[in-house]
Design a protein around this ligand. Structure first.
Ligand code: C2E
Ligand code: CA
Ligand code: CA
Length: 792
């Protein structure tokens, strides 16, 4: 006992393992998106904080950079001043008694006032003891225009010595008559003489306060190393007045909002200058310029970027918004993906359905039918009291319907048949389509239920109902043959195969009926398989031969021709009739080679007879398979040329159904054959569905009225009517008519009365071998006429 097979599942790879149900996955992705947004907002705040910190340190850095820039501008300015002072001091050291004119020459060569915008005045101050003051004033004022105010020392008063400017230039108009005593209020000047170090101090002139810079000048230029030497060699001070505002303003250019202060501290002297106050003093930095100078820069921290102080909150908001968007995006993409997966699932289901169902009828296809059959057998093993059955249903003449009315009509017929089969069965029975016009029904029946044979008979009945084609004007009648296999089988394949054997039997028995499988059918099928194997060797082994059946003129009683009929001398089976092997030869394709052999052999034999004085022709049967192949025309041409017979003495017999296969292709092929000069006859005429319209397309010479009408003449008035119509059709189209299978005198008389042109049948002669034909032909030449024959 086999195990119960699992129901046929979708192919595993078609199924997506992560297919989620729509709503569940939607909730999941909504949660995921929400989490992403929250995480994003948190991250945004942290990021904004970091950026704020970073920005703060950046702006602190920027501020320090500005401060350093400001300080170094100041330092440079101070260095400039010192350079000027040193230059002037060197000049004065070399010329301690230089005149005002000499000093002016030096200052203009230095372009001092032009190059030093902060410079207000520069001059040389000497110590004038009280005793030498009048001489000093005299020399100083010598050459001054008359009327100039008299020179006076400021502050006035008698002091042991005065420190008075000897030469100098000034940007501001200082009264030349005022001698400012630099030592009167200020001790640093003398201290500078003793230390050799310069001094710095604020100098107030009016409302403005300047920076005074003094540097002692010693004879020879260099600063002597001892105090005595410094006092001995001291010649005076070089002094400068500087407007620090100019330096500060220049240093602050490009650094708005910043305030700066310069502080000089050396020894006791401390000077501080400051720019305007800054609006904010968020930060300040002090830079040591060395040599006693310190610069302090203060001001607001520079705000970063275009957004200024709003940038950080805006950044936080922006990043949060971005996370929200990302969350939305995730949601949309993920649910979009879920939707895509859903689509995939649907498509997969669809494909799965397509993989297991027939596209036209929607019925289970072969794969699913086999699976259901396995299940049927498995169930039947557990319930042996019930009968399992497979019904193999095949439509009779479906191909003709398809060829005659087109594929749309064929599809329509198949669809209706599928529906009728389904409607004729119970829910749990299976109806499937194996392809083409082959259907399968699987069913089980208990003792109380209709037997499979009864079901088959009912289905055949229902299928006989005409099927209306599209438009409803035309309808086609179709019948079906059914093969039935009952009971247990090892496999589903076996069950269906046996049903197919039974179908073959039902067809062979005349179609439109059912047959139940019996073992002998399998034996027959096996016989057919063996026959096919033997057939492959038959040509080589020269096992075929031809019989010939004479064809008579029904009026003149002359033998007009002979139909060649093939036989197979099988090594063990004896003589095999063509009906037993021609279909197999057609299925296997062997018919081409066999047909070629028949054509050559028939023509060869005809040539022999014609050479012997006979005036007959020969008829050769051509199968539908041969007609469909290009080789036929060549084969016919070769047989004619090889034998040398007149093409007009060769008639090719083609069955009506073979022509109706594909009417246009058949018409083309017939035209090709006709062009060779051969005669054409339509065999088994009246059984197909050809109409007058089709017939006109075929260049045929004769219609061979099917044997069934002749044999039915006595019993069926329809047969007589059809024969009458066919003969009249032939006359209308000027095509000869030939009645085959004439077995008795009544049939012959009736055909003569209908004025059928020719006849063939056992009444005249059975198919005979070549020798017998020669004897027959010799005999008929001397023997009584057909009339005598028919009268006897
Ligand atoms: P068919 O072309 O219709 O040939 C006529 C058949 O009717 C022959 O059967 C012949 O023996 C038989 N017959 C002739 N007169 C009578 C009669 O009075 N009564 C009855 N009952 N039968 C009669 P056969 O020779 O068995 O051939 C059967 C079929 O095999 C042929 O039918 C033809 O379709 C096919 N066939 C025969 N030879 C060839 C061949 O060489 N090539 C092809 N493709 N098919 C062939
Ligand atoms: Ca024939
Ligand atoms: Ca025939």
């Amino acid at each position: 006992m086999g195990t119960v097979p699992a129901p046929l599942a979708l192919p595993v790879d078609l199924r997506h393992p992560r297919l989620a149900r729509g709503s569940r996955s939607l909730r999941f992705w909504a949660l995921a998106a929400g989490a992403l947004v929250l995480a994003g907002v948190a991250a945004s705040l942290v990021a904004a904080n970091v950026v704020a910190d970073d920005r703060a340190s950046n702006s602190q850095l920027a501020f320090e950079n500005s401060s350093r820039e400001v300080a170094s501008t100041l330092k440079l300015a101070i260095q400039h001043e010192q350079d000027l002072v040193v230059s002037a001091a060197t000049f004065m050291a070399a010329n301690p008694h230089g005149s005002q004119a000499q000093f002016l020459a030096w200052s203009s060569s230095e372009r001092a006032l032009a190059r030093y915008p902060e410079l207000q005045g520069i001059g040389f101050v000497v110590i004038v003891p009280a005793a030498r003051l009048p001489a000093f004033i005299a020399r100083l004022t010598a050459g001054r225009p008359a009327g100039t105010a008299p020179y006076s020392v400021l502050p006035a008063g008698k002091r042991p010595f005065y420190c008075l400017g000897a030469v100098g230039i000034s940007r501001i108009a200082l009264s030349a008559s005022v001698g400012l005593d630099f030592c009167a209020s200020n001790t640093t000047t003398l201290t500078a003489r003793d230390t050799g170090l310069g001094s710095y101090y604020p100098v107030s002139v009016g409302f403005t306060t300047w920076l005074g810079i003094d540097t002692p000048v010693y004879r020879g230029g260099a600063t002597p190393s001892t105090l005595q030497a410094r006092r001995r060699q001291f010649v005076g001070w070089l002094g400068e007045a500087i407007d620090p505002g100019v330096i500060l303003r220049r240093a602050l250019e490009g650094h708005p909002g910043i305030e700066v202060s310069m502080r000089y501290a050396r020894g006791a002297s401390t000077v501080v200058f400051a720019s305007d106050k800054a609006s904010h003093r968020d930060a300040s930095t002090t830079i040591d310029l060395r040599n006693g100078w310190k610069v302090t820069v203060a001001g607001p921290l520079p705000a970063g970027g275009m957004l200024g102080e709003w940038s950080v909150p805006l950044l936080a908001i922006g990043l949060s918004a971005l996370s929200l968007l990302l969350g939305l995006l995730l949601f949309v993409l993920a649910t979009g993906r879920a939707r895509a997966l859903q689509l995939v699932e649907e498509k997969t289901r669809q494909l799965g359905h397509q993989a297991l169902h027939d596209g036209l009828t929607g019925l289970p296809n072969r794969a699913l039918v086999l699976d259901r059959a396995e299940q049927l057998l498995a169930r039947n093993r557990r319930h042996p009291d019930r009968v399992a059955a497979a019904l193999y249903v095949d439509l009779d003449g479906f191909k003709t319907v398809n060829d005659t009315y087109g594929h749309a009509a064929g599809d329509r017929v198949l669809t209706v048949v599928g529906r009728r089969l389904q409607e004729g069965l119970r829910e749990h029975d299976t109806v499937g389509r194996l392809g083409g016009d082959e259907f399968v029904v699987l069913l089980e029946s208990g003792a109380q239920e209709a037997s499979p044979a009864t079901v088959a008979a009912r289905l055949i009945d229902e299928l006989r109902e005409p099927i209306a084609l599209a438009g409803g004007e035309r309808s086609v009648a179709i019948s079906a043959s059914i093969g039935i296999a009952l009971g247990q089988r090892e496999t589903a394949d076996e069950l269906l195969r046996d049903a197919d054997f039974a179908l073959y039997e039902a067809k062979a028995l005349g179609k439109d009926r059912y047959a139940v499988f019996e073992h002998r059918m399998q034996a027959a099928a096996q016989g057919r398989a063996e026959l096919e194997a033997d057939l492959g060797k038959a040509l080589e082994l020269d096992e075929f031969f031809l019989l010939y059946q004479p064809i008579f003129d029904l009026t003149s009683q002359d033998v007009l021709g002979i139909e060649a009929l093939i036989r197979w001398r099988h090594p063990t089976r004896g003589i095999v009739e063509p009906d037993a092997f021609i279909p197999i030869a057609e299925e296997s394709g062997l018919i081409s080679a066999i047909g070629r052999w028949v054509l050559r052999e028939a023509c060869r034999q005809l040539a022999v007879w014609q050479a012997g004085g006979e005036t007959i022709g020969v008829s050769v049967n051509v199968s539908a398979y041969q007609l469909d192949r290009d080789g036929l025309v060549d084969d016919v041409e070769q047989a004619i040329s090889e034998s040398g017979v007149d093409p007009g003495s060769l008639t090719l017999e083609i069955t009506e159904t073979a022509l109706m296969h594909d009417v246009d292709a058949a018409a083309r092929r017939l035209a090709q054959l006709k062009a060779l000069g051969v005669r054409l006859a339509i065999d088994d005429f009246g059984t197909g569905y050809s109409s007058l319209a089709y017939l006109r397309q075929f260049p045929v010479d004769a219609l061979k009225i099917d044997r069934s009408f002749i044999s039915n003449l006595a019993t069926s008035s329809d047969a007589a009517a059809i024969i009458h119509a066919l003969v009249q059709l032939g006359k209308t189209l000027s095509i000869e008519t030939l009645a085959e299978g004439i077995e008795d005198h009544d049939q012959l008389r009736e055909l003569q009365r209908e004025q059928c042109d020719q006849g063939q049948g056992f009444l005249f002669a059975r198919p005979l071998d070549a020798n017998a034909i020669e004897a027959f032909l010799a005999e008929t030449r001397q023997s009584p006429s057909l009339d005598a024959l028919s009268r006897s």
